[in-house]
Write a protein that binds this ligand. Structure first.
Ligand code: GDP
Ligand code: MN
Length: 389
């Protein structure tokens, strides 16, 4: 689960990580009051959306008094913010963070992620902060310092110190940097984060080590341990179709292609997406209806695929193990008549009750194309879509 910057900062603060003083606001008046409360010489108004690159898109503004905070907040709230991470459709700004302005001496990068190939969390740091870290990693990999963390020991202070040296920190600043890294790791583990990024981590003109920007993702599979995190969810920031799908326990991820796919089992879903690409088209989604899908699940899945306006055709690829093929066929037919289906559908069903399913589909008033194997199914749907455009 993604959360907002201001929420991440509130979490980090509890673990002794230094963050600028700030308040969230939903209206220009709240923003002005926040500034009056903070009573600083300078303020930063920061758009809160679940995407980075806000600075370049006009979502980060430095101002000098509460009146300006109010004016700028008025412009920012409700605006469509387009950044490198939002896609061209952008995101509407509904909340803003009002913070004290920080005097920056140096911008660094610090992050913790899981390195799957090493089976360990890795603390990553770079003295090239404030910019797109992916670019630095690709062009100058030697500028990224890494410390792999032993899960039994946790981040050791010598590791944090070593990263601090590599970043060029010295004396008191080094000590503060070490404290920062240990606090960040503590927060990461205690909250079951899947990602924590501080970009930039700044050294201020008075030698403080502060998280100027933070991004935290929480591991969905561990949310049950943190009931209080549920209120951090901001459904406005999520893909509406994915929100809808989560209500039905469907594993759905929206993608940008034109072939909607409904598959059971994540492995088969991945393979189906590969074959669609191989046949020359792009999948519109990942959808795993699960091992024991009912008529209802299939129906809901099918409706979600059909609500995606980019979808030009649908490929259904089901292996009937626990789920019976005739149930899937019934779900598809129900959904097709509910939704007044107009798009081409290619179906490949294999396994339990395959014959009954084919019988059902043939008797339907919709003209489903039945494919006998996986590859044929993928090439057929791509061929039909290409013919129709
Ligand atoms: P992002 O663009 O979404 O990553 O937003 P950030 O919070 O990282 O802000 C982008 C940039 O704005 C930072 O790298 C800083 O250079 C600048 N910035 C943000 N807050 C402050 C601040 O308090 N003082 C100063 N001087 N610059 C800031
Ligand atoms: Mn940033």
């Amino acid at each position: 689960m993604k959360i907002h910057e201001y929420q991440s900062k509130e979490i980090l603060k509890k673990f002794g990580v230094l963050v600028p003083e700030g308040r969230v606001a939903f209206t220009p008046e709240e923003a002005e009051n926040a500034a009056l409360e903070l009573k600083k010489g300078r303020y930063v108004v920061k758009a809160q959306i679940h995407a980075g690159g806000r600075g370049k898109g006009g979502g980060i503004r430095l101002v000098s008094n509460p009146q300006e905070v109010k004016d700028i907040s008025g412009q920012m709230l409700g605006m469509k913010l387009v950044t490198a991470q939002t896609g061209s459709q952008g995101k509407i700004v509904k909340r803003i963070l009002i913070e004290e302005g920080v005097d920056i001496e140096k911008e660094l990068y610090l992050g913790i992620v899981l390195d799957r190939s090493e089976s360990r969390y890795v603390l990553m740091a770079s003295s090239e902060g404030g910019v797109e870290i992916e670019k630095i990693a690709a062009e100058f990999p030697e500028k990224i310092f890494k410390a792999y963390i032993d899960p039994m020991i946790g981040l050791a202070s010598y590791q944090a110190r070593n990263i601090g040296y590599l970043l060029g920190l010295e004396g008191k600043v080094l000590q503060k940097g070490v404290k920062f890294m240990l606090g960040l790791y503590d927060a990461f583990i205690s909250c079951n984060c899947s990602l924590a990024e501080i970009n930039p981590l700044v050294i201020t003109s008075t030698g403080e080590v502060v998280a100027l920007d933070t991004k935290i993702n929480l591991d969905d599979n561990a949310l049950f341990r943190h009931q209080d995190f549920m209120e951090l969810r901001d459904i406005d920031e999520e893909e509406p179709l994915e929100v809808e799908a989560s209500k039905y326990n469907l594993n759905y991820i929206k993608l940008d292609g034109t072939v909607g796919c409904m598959v059971n089992g994540a492995g088969l879903a991945m393979a189906t997406m590969d074959l669609i690409k191989l046949a020359g088209a792009m999948p519109a989604n990942f959808l795993d209806v699960g091992g024991g899908a009912s008529v209802e699940t299939v129906k809901n899945g099918f409706k979600i695929i059909l609500s995606d306006k980019n979808v030009k055709g649908i490929l259904i690829n089901i292996f009937g193990g626990i789920v019976r093929c005739d149930r899937v066929a019934q779900g598809v037919m129900d959904a097709a008549s509910d939704m007044n289906l107009k798009l081409p559908v290619v179906i490949r069903l294999e396994g339990t009750n395959k014959e009954q399913a084919e019988h059902l589909l043939k008797s339907s008033r919709f003209s489903f194309t039945v494919a006998s194997n996986f590859q044929e199914a993928a090439s057929k749907i791509v061929e039909i879509i290409n013919r129709e455009v």
